[in-house]
Design a protein around this ligand. Structure first.
Ligand code: CA
Length: 516
């Protein structure tokens, strides 16, 4: 491959190296630029001579200032860049430039499971919710037995999944932050892919009682070996009411079989693409992420929005430094204020814990050429596409609006995914460094930023967006490929690699509240 760089915006004074092995001193680009030193793939090169203190511009935005002068063709390392302040939250433009609605996209459908509450599932799963970590090993044991002994008799059901977590007791459950994990777990327990009221396993003495996790539900409880009729309501098995481990497992198996009979009758039906609720997230990002996979995901996001569906983007700390690009895009000032409110809440949360702005990015991000959180954020928000921002959901809230939504979550991959599961029926995950991440509750489509990763991890990466950097494909090509892949996976016609291997990360609800 000839020496190749990618410049994102004509205003940029740095670009990133495309060649997989990096480039040596003296490598000459088509425009005559010559490297002064070796530069690894995905790291930044200066496009012209820059003086000390000069702004470093990428994505048309300032990502830092140079601490010393650099000639054209030099490697812009993290240690020659300062970290700019995050945009002040008091001076942001509110809904000043909401984009016009994108042209409607008609006729795209997928085969999903329509539920009585109108929600649509993309999988057919028996879900067993838990209120507290104390019961998790018991439920995991029961789920192993269900998979081996009962599930094979119900061929229309994909899996049995325990919703286990570390929350539920030893926590200040009335502290303000407790609302976040509690509502997350409530929404997870009623996930669209479970298709009906959940089976709940409780210990008995825990802080998070079933009625608190499922407010408004008509709960039925076990009575030590008696089996009342289910009648479509959440059913609770309380371990401390049962006569030992064997009796508890028998009760779980008994109700699991009744649920499986119901679930096995579910049928996939044609659903418009507007029933998609897709959560977008990145993890293990590199400097290509903002050039290849994230813009392709953004293109697919626009297609989903045009088809009337819902797209969520999240990860507060990776939106914070690009928030000035998003507040003008809100459909009204209330949405812009809600977005700023989520940024402010997280600023205060981080400040309380003494975290500084270098807490994100990771060592892997830096190895991949991302110098700081500003550069990471500018690439990250490309996942949001170009449509107007329609609504903001707070941590763990269920999204009910169509269009593009900011759903506040931490950037941590497994916490973000868990929080987005409160709403989503499909998940898209972009990566540059590589992550085998997956979720049991809903399919996770993995998109790589570089072809080298897609080739190395040929049995983990579903879509390669690296072809955008080499010019073999356009952002639109990969965006359409991803959109069609999402429809196929949501229909059960194709499987993601994560589901092929059963790579399902543990759930990790965000708990900003105190532990006792
Ligand atoms: Ca993430």
């Amino acid at each position: 491959m000839d020496p190749l760089f990618v410049q994102v915006d004509p205003r940029d004074n740095v670009a990133i190296i495309v060649n997989p092995e990096g480039l040596p001193t003296g490598a000459r680009f088509a425009n005559g630029l010559t490297l002064q030193e070796p530069i690894p793939q995905s790291h930044k090169v200066t496009l012209r001579d820059l003086s000390e203190g000069a702004p470093i511009v990428r994505y048309g935005q300032i990502i830092g200032h140079l601490s010393r002068a650099l000639p054209a063709g030099a490697w812009v390392r993290e240690d020659v860049m300062d970290l700019p302040q995050a945009p002040a939250l008091d001076e942001l433009p509110l809904a000043t430039a909401p984009p016009a609605p994108l042209p409607r996209l008609e006729g795209y459908t997928f085969e999903g499971y329509r539920n009585s509450d109108g929600s649509v599932g993309t999988k057919n799963i028996l879900g067993i919710a838990t209120t507290v970590q104390c019961v998790a090993p018991t439920v995991d044991y029961a789920v192993r037995r269900i998979r081996q002994e009962i599930l094979p008799r119900f061929p229309n059901v994909d899996d049995a999944v325990a919703i286990t977590h570390t929350y539920g007791c030893g926590v200040a459950i009335d502290a303000p932050g407790a609302a976040v994990p509690i509502r997350t777990l409530g929404h997870l327990s009623r996930h669209a892919n479970f298709g009906s009221a959940p089976l709940v396993v409780s210990l008995g003495c825990e802080k998070l009682q079933p009625a608190r996790m499922l407010p408004g539900a008509s709960l039925q409880a076990s009575k030590g070996g008696e089996f009342p009729i289910l009648e479509g309501n959440p059913y609770v098995i309380r371990l401390q009411d049962e006569r030992g481990f064997g009796a508890t497992v028998s009760a779980i198996l008994h109700y699991a079989e009744k649920r499986l009979e119901e679930l096995n009758r579910r049928k996939r039906v044609p659903c418009p693409a507007s029933d998609l609720i897709v959560g977008m997230q990145c993890g293990g990002s590199d400097a290509f992420s903002g050039v290849t996979c994230n813009p392709a995901v953004g293109y697919a996001a626009d297609l989903i929005v045009r088809a009337g569906g819902t797209v969520m983007f999240s990860e507060v700390t990776e939106v914070r430094d690009a928030v000035h690009l998003l507040t003008p895009r809100c459909i009204n000032e209330d949405v812009a204020r809600a977005l700023i409110g989520e940024m402010r809440w997280y600023d205060e949360y981080l400040a309380r814990s003494g975290a500084d702005r270098s807490a994100n990015p990771t060592p892997g991000n830096k190895r991949g050429g991302l110098a700081n959180v500003v550069e990471k954020a500018l690439g990250s928000v490309a996942k949001a596409g170009t449509s107007a921002l329609h609504a903001v959901a707070s941590h763990g809230e269920k999204v009910s609006t169509k269009g593009l939504i900011f759903a506040a979550t931490p950037a941590s991959d497994f916490i973000c995914g868990t929080q987005q599961l409160a709403s989503m029926n499909m998940h898209v995950f972009t990566t540059g460094e590589g992550s085998p991440y997956g979720l049991a509750l809903c399919p996770v489509v993995k998109v790589s930023s570089r072809t080298a990763l897609a080739e190395k991890w040929h049995d983990l990466i579903d879509i390669d967006a690296g072809t955008i950097a080499t010019g073999q494909a356009t952002i639109a090509d990969v965006g359409w490929e991803l959109f069609r892949f999402i429809l196929d996976v949501a229909s059960g016609r194709r499987k993601t690699w994560a589901d092929t291997w059963g790579l399902h990360n543990a759930l990790a609800p965000f708990n900003p509240g105190p532990v006792t």
